[in-house]
Design a protein around this ligand. Structure first.
Ligand code: 13P
Ligand code: SF4
Length: 367
């Protein structure tokens, strides 16, 4: 067997889990949770499927889960139901005696993968030559630990979609310009809200090591990394036009990872928590077309039958990497803890963790 085959085999769900029925899986998860008691903590992102969410001890958006992880002192095992960068953040915020696990190692994030730290070092050198020491880096938490460490050692901070305005405002008190990684849309939408004109925003093209910018260098205020979320990019202006024509009473509510054109034409935009709050506070009969991840939209539809809620894009599917985590992988992971051989441990190397923590803590104290 080749090394590749043995790695693939090791990560393949054993047949016994495939053969189990749903009820038995859920019962077994509940039994293990009881047995492990307070030594186990399961946080889950709002984009997780219902079959997973029902077993989570805390649910939240990226900011809430980072905050909850930083307060987790009791649990020896944190089984993170989210994607890889979230588990890394949890590892950086917990003590070395605590173990963070990810039920399926294939649960990555395509946006986080769009910024590699070597590309970022190259970009930084180019930008220093162009603009001198006038730039502070910010990174969306949807980024690797290595990127967070880069940002931490250059005096910057992480942001999430729910505190991006606050942290961007703070960044401009530190330096004249911001390098915003890796989501160009969150960067552009947030900068625009703070009054930065689109003409003062450049794009760093990491594939060609080139600044895409037509204005005068001294007027450039933001340098946006050329990354995006492959889920939120699927909401289009044509989707909004369709809703306006078909359901004139409907409010369009989108996440700021959507393109600027979509955000500008929406009625409301905000983080995952903001979207949930809007629906929870709305009157019966309210009508919404929501532009965000489909598991969350489906949950809002199921929990709020008193409102009319649709996905802004009717052909939208859930975030595929988030969806790698299911009840079977969760059970496999929990059993590995019981057997004393925990699987899929997420460990961030010490220096990376120390520098990454600087960036995360600069965000947490301002959130
Ligand atoms: P928030 O949880 O910050 O809204 O981020 C959304 C997201 O894409 C998570 O991967
Ligand atoms: Fe990454 Fe987008 Fe999926 Fe969030 S929704 S995990 S940003 S690909």
């Amino acid at each position: 067997m080749s090394i590749l085959e043995s790695i693939v085999n090791q990560n393949q769900l054993p047949a016994r889990y495939k053969a189990m029925n749903e009820q038995d899986i859920h019962q077994r998860i509940r039994d293990i949770k009881k047995e492990l008691g307070s030594s186990l903590f399961i946080p889950g992102h709002h984009y997780q499927k219902e079959e997973v969410i029902q077993h989570c001890d805390a649910t939240g958006d990226s900011l809430q889960l980072a905050q909850v992880s930083s307060r987790q002192t009791e649990a020896s095992y944190i089984v993170f139901c989210g994607v890889h960068f979230m588990a890394e953040t949890a590892d950086m915020l917990t003590s070395t005696s605590q173990t963070v696990l990810l039920p399926d190692m294939r649960a990555g994030c395509s946006m986080a993968d769009m910024a590699d730290v070597n590309q970022t070092e190259i970009a930084w050198n180019h930008l220093q030559d162009l603009f001198g020491d006038t730039i502070i880096p910010l990174t969306y938490v949807n980024s690797t630990a290595a990127i967070k460490a880069f940002v931490g050692r250059h005096g910057g901070a992480t942001v999430t979609s729910s505190n991006a305005h606050t942290i961007l405002k703070w960044a401009f008190t530190q330096k004249k310009r911001v390098l915003f990684l890796p989501d160009q849309h969150l960067g552009r939408n947030t900068g625009y809200d703070l009054g930065i004109p689109l003409e003062a925003m450049a794009i760093w093209n990491q594939h060609e090591n080139r600044l895409e910018y037509e204005g005068r260098a001294e007027e450039c205020r933001m340098i946006l990394w050329k990354g995006h979320c492959s889920v939120h990019e699927n909401f289009t202006v044509a989707n909004i036009d369709f809703i306006r024509k078909t359901y004139p009473e409907m409010k369009v509510l989108v996440h700021p990872e959507c393109s600027h054109e979509v955000v500008e034409r929406s009625d409301l935009n905000g983080s995952t928590k903001y979207i949930i709050d809007c629906i929870q506070q709305a009157e019966p009969g309210a009508q919404w077309a929501i532009g965000t991840e489909m598991n969350l939209v489906q949950r809002l539809i199921d929990r709020h039958p008193e409102q009319k809620i649709v996905s802004l894009n009717p052909y939208m599917c859930p975030c595929l990497t988030m969806n790698r985590i299911d009840s079977k992988h969760l059970l496999w992971n929990l059993e590995s803890i019981l057997e004393g051989k925990p699987r899929n441990i997420i460990t961030v190397e010490e220096q990376t963790a120390r520098e990454g923590r600087l960036a995360i803590e600069r965000m947490l104290v301002r959130s």
